[in-house]
Write a protein that binds this ligand. Sequence first.
Ligand code: ADP
Ligand code: MG
Length: 275
Amino acid sequence: QALHAEVEARSAPPAPAGSEAVARDPIEVENVVKRFGKVEAVKGVSFRLKQGEIFGLLGPNGAGKSTIINILCGYLLPDEGDALIGGHSVRREPQAVKRLLGVVPQEIALYRDLNALENLDFFASLYGVPARERRARAEEVLHFAGLYERRKEPLKNFSGGMLRRLNFAVALMHRPRILLLDEPTVGVDPQSREHIFENIEKLAASGTTVLYTTHYMEEAERLCQRIAIMDEGRIIALGTLEQLLAMRDQTRAVYRPHGLQELFIQLTGKTLRDL
Ligand code: ADP
Ligand code: MG
């Protein structure tokens, strides 16, 4: 099958110069600025994700991570710049963007009076998943989330980790090829966290593109192929873990708690942990 795709690619006519039909990266963020009154939450941020990549946005509380996620999913409009999801502008084509994306918001968004199965069915209906397919997909994502046995229990019985896993499962019902995960492990037990990480890795291995925000540097190190370090609305460093570690001024390191921590201190004069 891979060979077939290659032959097809080679025999396809070349795209004319300046054509719109260039292959786009799944996520392209271009000079995005966002203000809330006098607060400039995002101050000209640009980055791109490759297909199947797990990309980390790492930064302390207030860095602007959720604002970027909210712009990418069409919940907020940028004041300047634009972002493209699968080549579609979040400004001009919000409906196309919504269909391509799965979003796991920072705040858990579930109906506490419904059970897991009912929540999945409800949110899938909002995403236009046909009724006849919803049950099978719900069972698939429940297995994936490790919640199949608990599917008919009221959410009142669910731990923080189980709610997080269900919140994640909701985002998978319409089978998005691009996932935005906003601090999906906050308040989660270590076992659920590892479960969530393994699921993210499986999805990425099957070609899903993942944007992952966190304020835990060890999560970014463990999970992400590339990391953008954010502070006060700006990306202050971007690269693979190896590239970021190589940016450290080894001679000036005062103490060495941790690789990325040290880089963050050198760039900002403060620790990630204390914020
Ligand atoms: P992070 O997700 O990295 O913690 P946010 O994107 O939530 O950061 O916030 C970035 C900055 O924008 C913070 O100073 C925050 O207080 C401010 N902010 C975020 N959302 C709003 C809003 N709806 N109204 C006013 N200020 C906001
Ligand atoms: Mg946030």
